[in-house]
Design a protein around this ligand. Structure first.
Ligand SMILES: Cc1cc2nc3c(=O)[nH]c(=O)nc-3n(C[C@H](O)[C@H](O)[C@H](O)COP(=O)(O)OP(=O)(O)OC[C@H]3O[C@@H](n4cnc5c(N)ncnc54)[C@H](O)[C@@H]3O)c2cc1C
Length: 405
């Protein structure tokens, strides 16, 4: 392994590493651990503080192969102890509940519910314990010479402008980061869909009301009941993406939840709400995901609405492919894996986009659609829960498609 080197010139710091990673989200952190396993040196630059990234509430559902990879990397000890392993999900519509047995339909695969910020805590702690370098709270990040042989990143921490020289840059800086903008507009094509609804998400201190996730399509809109721990529950309601959270006092939220999840003989257990927010939903893909020595991964290159629980899982899939390309470059001097990065990632990404779009349109009430389309959605739901073939297709996407198909 080549250690990162650094020199101090005046008050600025100049560092040199093999891979400069922008962003300590799931994409950046998994990449750093994969590179560490392969003996490749890297430095992560992150614009937020450690406390902020470890406190941001986002994803919760991990595909089986992501859990297996996490364990292989020696990072899964707490996940295996504290995560919840779900063998199925419940769909609720038309006053009925239907269990979809993912484990049985996919020959033994399950999903794991373990919050993204817990994954982040585990990966940051292990990275620092391995002597890895993460520079938090960087500002004014700029990418230079990405189409040349010696790219570099300049950034500020405090008052000084520091620089990181590297062989390659991994743009793992999310949808709003600067990496994607470093690819000239003429060299990328962007595909986007904005949905006319959003999600109001809450975290509540209460025991679990149901043993698995409930996806509810109701005449008042979609609802998702999910969990974080035996004491903390995560629930979502479809809402107007432009609504203000101030319009949603806790009593209104619980009243709406009771309507959307209501089921005879069953009780939705309420509790104090300690976090609530509204998020908009979009689907987005940037093609290409590479330019010169810059490679985009995760939300920097693609976004999905959270209904299919795919965003984090796709981010990890990207960096797995990227790490293999980088390993081939450093071990054998072959550039084929790197040159093939976008074509290798995009088929899986588009399948994740399709599934996330499908789950979203299937389960939400879209008032911009006509009554015909809404009846077709109901027919589709009825088909999904009664046809083994349709249920199997849904289950194999939900637990994670195999690689290479
Ligand atoms: C409500 C919700 C629920 C979700 N549920 C699921 C789920 O169940 N399963 C699932 O797989 N996915 C889910 N997702 C999606 C998932 O959270 C994202 O896809 C995932 O975080 C993407 O990881 P990333 O590392 O690519 O990007 P991010 O997590 O966005 O990380 C990017 C990092 O880059 C940093 N950054 C930004 N700009 C700069 C800069 N200039 N310089 C340096 N650093 C920078 C950011 O601070 C951030 O830490 C959900 C998302 C939401 C919002």
């Amino acid at each position: 392994m080549t250690d990162s080197s650094f020199a101090i010139s005046g008050a600025s710091i100049e560092m040199k590493t093999q891979i400069g990673i922008l962003g300590a989200g799931p994409a950046g952190l998994y990449l750093a651990h994969l590179l560490h396993r392969a003996g490749i040196d890297c430095v992560i630059l992150e614009s937020r503080s450690r406390e902020e990234i470890e406190g941001t509430i986002r994803a919760g559902v991990l595909e089986q192969w992501v859990v297996d990879l996490t364990v292989q990397l020696g990072l899964g000890e707490r996940m295996m102890r504290e995560g919840h392993f779900h063998s199925g999900v419940t769909f609720q519509f038309g006053g009925q509940r239907h269990h979809i047995d993912m484990e049985e339909l996919t020959s033994g695969k399950r999903v794991t519910v373990y919050a993204q910020h817990e994954v982040i805590k585990d990966l940051v702690a292990a990275r620092l314990a391995h002597g890895g370098k993460i520079v938090f709270s960087v500002q004014d990040v700029q990418l230079h010479n990405v189409d040349g042989d010696q790219p570099k990143i300049t950034y500020r921490v405090g008052g000084d402008t520091d620089e990181l020289r590297c062989d390659f840059i991994a743009g793992c800086d999310g949808f709003h980061g600067p990496s994607r903008q470093a690819i000239p507009v003429v060299d990328r094509v962007e595909y986007q869909k904005i949905y006319p609804f959003g999600w109001l998400g809450i975290l509540a201190r209460a025991p679990a009301s149901w043993h698995e996730l409930i996806y509810s399509r109701h005449e008042r809109g979609f609802g998702l009941l999910s969990t974080r721990s035996p004491e903390i529950q995560r629930l979502y309601l479809q809402c107007d993406p432009n609504d203000a959270i101030a319009n949603w006092p806790d009593e209104r939220i619980w009243a709406e939840m009771q309507l959307r999840f209501g089921y005879p003989g069953w009780t939705l257990i309420e509790g104090p709400i300690f976090q609530k927010n509204i998020l908009a939903m979009r689907s987005f893909v940037c093609e290409t995901m590479q330019f010169g020595r810059l490679f985009l991964a995760g939300d920097a290159a693609h976004i999905v609405p959270p209904t299919g629980a795919k965003g984090l899982n796709l981010a990890v899939a990207d960096v797995l492919v990227l790490s293999q390309g980088l390993e081939a470059w450093y071990r054998r001097g072959t550039r084929e894996g790197l040159d093939n990065y976008s074509p290798a990632c995009l088929p899986r990404i588009w399948k994740g986009e399709r599934f996330s779009w499908y789950m979203t349109t299937l389960l939400h009430l879209d008032e911009t659609e006509g009554r015909f389309e809404q009846r077709v959605r109901m027919a589709d739901l009825d088909y999904v829960v009664h046809s083994r073939a349709a249920m199997t297709a849904l289950a194999e996407n939900y637990v994670g498609l195999p690689f290479g198909n």
